[in-house]
Ligand binder design. Structure first.
Ligand code: CP3
Length: 346
């Protein structure tokens, strides 16, 4: 579905850096546990069950559109889904998050991983995308997404969310050949996975390289960026907008710019007015309210949201978002208030 068929195409116009009266707003992790209505859907199955049932994933995707009036929908899924398709068993334990019980620890483990046929192994994602677009009926654009290879490798090697990333960095520094082989398999998988999403009808895609902020700028350039560049290059022929998110943007912004995405999504640490001079004028910026502000008062939320809007000023090409995912204990009323502030403008 082309952008002409959309009744609200503010998001796509911001990606094209058109001059707008207000920025579009969507929220990372916008369909999540902070919503009682999400909890209701979630009660019906496990988290993975939810991701793999197109009807339920569609319902979850639509919640923040119907309840908050955001300007873009994002496919309800998880960045770890294609890793299971590569042959790694995946578990989500209540309260503890994702776990790979048999993580990648040796060359033999890397050799065993397959580059899956996305349609055969993750066809439920394509089916969800088609169903979501049917139900959206052109109200807003739909974003697809994938993890970026480095962040996916952290989960595959560490086996869970990590703080220090010791194992994956040991592989990277100590066995560069094995690391490269792993990253190449992940990159190929991600390209096929996003090709499938594009074919199914997404209007834009975001690459989450959440944990690349654990790398120095030199190491990011050497060990993470080339794979992200390869994905962006491979998908560029489709002509849909691309977004790159990293948590820990400050040290990496100039190098993130070299990934070639249309949009850079920045965390909350770097104020927009300091980010702007560090990127070329044609780059769109997304962000960057601190998610914890939503746990404070409406007054604070107003002044902090305005701080972001003021820091961007009249520069075209801004998508309002948080600097990371919305937190599970965020009151719905605060999320609703944020949307109202951004829609009313400065
Ligand atoms: O943005 C959206 O609403 C789309 C859905 C989405 C989810 N995860 C749903 C989810 C997206 C885009 C993601 C991306 C994701 N998943 C990232 C990158 C973005 C980021 O936040 O840094 C990462 C690192 C993951 C891996 C992951 N999934 C973790 C670490 C966890 C556990 C921690 C947590 O927040 O719960 C998940 C689970 C998860 N992914 C939930 C949701 C709604 C909660 C699961 C539940 O309902 O029990």
């Amino acid at each position: 579905m082309g952008s002409r068929a959309l009744s609200n195409d503010l998001f796509l116009r911001a990606c094209r850096r058109e001059k707008l009266d207000r920025p579009p707003i969507w929220i990372m992790r916008q369909a999540g546990r902070y919503m009682p209505e999400y909890q209701e859907i979630r009660k019906k199955t496990t988290f993975l069950g939810l991701c793999k049932t197109p009807e339920l994933a569609t319902q979850a995707t639509l919640l923040p559109i119907d309840l908050l009036g955001l300007d873009a929908a994002i496919l309800f899924s998880d960045i770890l889904i294609p890793l299971e398709a590569m042959g790694l068993a995946l578990e989500f334990t209540e309260h503890k998050g994702p776990r790979f019980p048999e993580p990648v620890r040796s060359d033999a483990d890397i050799d065993r991983l397959t580059v899956p046929d996305a349609r055969k192994t993750t066809g439920f994602v394509a089916e969800a995308i088609r169903l979501i677009n049917q139900r959206l009926a052109g109200r807003v654009p739909l974003l697809g997404f994938s993890g970026s290879p480095f962040t996916l490798a952290t989960y595959m090697v560490e086996g869970e969310t990590s703080k220090e990333f010791t194992r994956v960095k040991r592989l990277m520094f100590g066995n560069p050949k094995g690391y490269r082989a792993l990253m190449e398999k992940i990159t190929e998988t991600v390209i096929g996975y996003l090709e499938m999403q594009i074919e199914a009808g997404i209007h834009a895609y975001q690459l989450f390289d959440t944990w690349a902020g654990s790398l120095s700028a030199d190491h990011y350039r050497e060990y993470a960026l080339p794979y992200t560049q390869e994905i962006v290059r491979a998908l560029s022929r489709h002509g849909i907008p691309s977004i790159l998110y990293v948590n820990g943007t400050c040290a990496l912004l100039e190098d993130m710019n070299r990934a070639g995405t249309d949009v850079l999504s920045i965390d909350w640490r770097l104020p927009m007015d300091r980010a702007i001079p560090r990127v070329p004028p044609e780059k769109v910026l997304q962000g960057n309210l601190d998610p914890v502000v939503l746990l404070s008062t409406k007054d604070t939320l107003e002044s902090e949201a305005r701080r972001v809007l003021k820091a961007v000023g009249t520069r075209p090409g801004h998508i309002f978002n948080l600097g990371h995912g919305i937190l599970p204990d965020t009151p719905m009323e605060m999320a609703r208030h944020l949307v109202k502030i951004v829609k009313n403008g400065l």
